[in-house]
Design a binder for this molecule. Sequence first.
Ligand SMILES: C[S@@+](CC[C@H](N)C(=O)[O-])C[C@H]1O[C@@H](n2cnc3c(N)ncnc32)[C@H](O)[C@@H]1O
Length: 139
Amino acid sequence: MEVHAVETPAAVMAPLCAKTGRQVIGLLQACASISAFHARLTLGSADHLQFADNSFDKVYSINCIYFWPAPARGLSELYRVVKRGGLVAITVRDKERPPYDAFRPEKLTNSLIEAGFSSVAINRNDVPSHPLICAVGTT
Ligand SMILES: C[S@@+](CC[C@H](N)C(=O)[O-])C[C@H]1O[C@@H](n2cnc3c(N)ncnc32)[C@H](O)[C@@H]1O
């Protein structure tokens, strides 16, 4: 299985590789490719992924979607590269102020459905000091 992560720090990827023993591919916005553990990091933008259709089982993006130049296009790209029956998790801050308020649960759900996802589950971490929403779409 491959896991694709958009903008994932090495501190997250390294233990993930060690735990799963699987290949992990990360997309960085401003970093050259590196080879460490089983990770392969690739420079790119969420709205134009250089991966073939149906390449990954799971994709996740943490606190990034606000910065994508074209969020709808980015979600369509994530849908394209994940195998049918796979998962895409988009995590955002759970706050009612810019830029976070552009991706409230209803908007995230509708955007994922419009991108082609068959179902979306909204999860909250319920941590008052750092509230997060994670929308998990099934392809
Ligand atoms: C707030 S940081 C989050 C970083 C990390 N995921 C975390 O949670 O600590 C937002 C990230 O979005 C990334 N980003 C900006 N434009 C992007 C794009 N077009 N595609 C993918 N990532 C992008 C930036 O490189 C930046 O690191």
